[in-house]
Design a protein around this ligand. Structure first.
Ligand code: AMP
Ligand code: MG
Length: 410
């Protein structure tokens, strides 16, 4: 194994770029994945990732059909025709179309045999109860062709596609009630810190309410993962090791928050070392999120996220989320773009910054407006944030109006 970064017992991490950190995460995720596919009822498949391509066994639409309410005819010059019957959606007109006649037809009804065009009702004139006058009409007018949407044998959706509303609808249109999806990645969460109190309990002096467990769980679930365990560990090596040991046994991905820095009460790295997890990096040139740790034990990926609530959420987004997507076989690349910065941002000489921004569109395109003070303990700076603006390191400030790269938040 190459020696990434400094050794386990080095007191200060050597910082790598976000890009390099993500590269190491994806390398490990691709080696650990993809997760096996399982059959999932379409009703329950929203947010799941296809493990196999979806190939159509039917034509969609299944037959030539009318696109309008009107009359099915044989295309040709204007004519006065006998109305010989009706085709409705779900109720075909069984006999063929005789020369000199028309069939009243509604949208979605099968085109009767012999007809090759439909005249919309508003372009016809009634000629008594049983006759209709139609204008000159071209072959194929207002006809939906069988297989125009999806042909038999066509790959309608590729493996790795995430099932959203449109995908669910298309799969239903093919007549499939279940699809093969990658198993949901199993995530175990451990939060560390003697100061942490569960919401709902009274707060003793010096304690705070813990938020990382809940926020990380929400991020993991939104990423399509199944959170199989969540526990809190006290700030001792033994307690941390025990909690992480249980987490490692049951998860594809372990996320632990806090205790990953260099203080005397930070035990995560040591405990993970005891448990045989192999460090792939520790320390990212990122603000917030510098002490982030990442490693693997066999096929389990382990993220040591900083305890500060913003740092935990930002580093989950930047590193754990792409890993979860890659494990499921989905495209791990985040949605990226650029926007014009709305307010100046003070640059950090050594670290790239992930500035939480609201997005709004104006005549020049997207504007990125920082949500307010950006310190890593101010969790409310995540409120309303639609994206992270990735501000490069440097001296001085990045002025309002400058273009920045943005990454949409999941
Ligand atoms: P640590 O990374 O353990 O040094 O923690 C850094 C800061 O994050 C400290 O102020 C902790 O109290 C705080 N913190 C750690 N875990 C949580 C949590 N689950 N919820 C809220 N704050 C936390
Ligand atoms: Mg701590």
């Amino acid at each position: 194994m190459p020696n990434f970064g400094r050794s386990e017992d080095s007191p200060v991490p050597e910082l790598i770029s976000i890009h390099e950190a993500r590269h190491r995460v994806l390398d490990a995720a691709l080696a650990a994945g993809p997760l096996t596919a399982e059959e999932v009822e379409l009703e329950d498949a929203l947010g799941r990732v296809l493990g196999e391509p979806v190939v159509s066994r039917v034509e969609v639409p299944p037959f030539d059909a009318s696109a309008m309410d009107g009359y099915a005819i044989v295309a040709g010059p204007a004519a006065d025709l006998e109305v010989a019957g009706e085709a409705r959606a779900g109720h075909p007109f069984e006999a063929g179309l005789e020369p000199g006649s028309a069939i009243r037809i509604s949208t979605g009804a099968p085109l009767p045999a012999g007809a090759d065009a439909v005249v919309p009702v508003e372009r016809t004139a009634a000629g008594g109860e049983t006759r209709v006058r139609v204008p000159e009409t071209a072959p194929g007018a207002n006809v939906r062709r069988a297989g125009e949407d999806v042909r038999i044998g066509q790959e309608a959706l590729g493996a790795g596609t995430e099932i959203g509303p449109a995908e669910a609808g298309v799969i239903a249109s093919l007549g499939l009630a279940a699809v093969a999806c990658a198993r949901r990645p199993r995530v175990a969460l451990v939060v560390t810190g003697d100061e942490l109190t569960e919401p709902g309990a009274p707060l003793a002096p010096g304690r705070i309410y813990g938020s990382n467990g809940l926020a990380l769980r929400a991020q993991a679930e939104r990423a399509g993962a199944e959170v199989v365990a969540r526990e809190q560990a006290a700030d001792s090596r033994d307690a941390t090791r025990a909690a992480l040991g249980r987490a490692l046994e049951q998860a594809d991905v372990v996320c632990v928050s806090g205790g990953v820095s260099v203080g005397p009460h930070d035990h995560v790295k040591g405990a993970l070392g005891d448990l045989g997890a192999e460090q792939r990096f520790w320390g990212v040139a990122l603000k917030p999120g510098k002490p982030t740790w990442f490693g693997v034990r066999e096929r389990t990926l382990v993220f040591g996220l900083p305890g500060n609530p913003v740092s935990a959420m930002v580093t989950f987004q930047l590193f754990a989320l792409p890993a979860l997507r890659a494990l499921a076989g989905a495209d791990p690349e985040p949605v990226r773009g650029t926007a014009l910065l709305d307010a100046a941002v003070k640059l950090s000489p050594h670290r790239e910054q992930a500035v939480r921004v609201r997005l709004r569109a104006d005549a020049d395109g997207w504007r990125a407006e920082p949500t307010g003070p950006q310190q890593s303990h101010l969790l409310t700076s995540m409120l309303g944030a639609a994206a992270l603006a990735l501000v490069p390191r440097g001296e001085g400030e990045l002025a309002a109006g400058e273009r920045v790269e943005i990454e949409l938040l999941a």
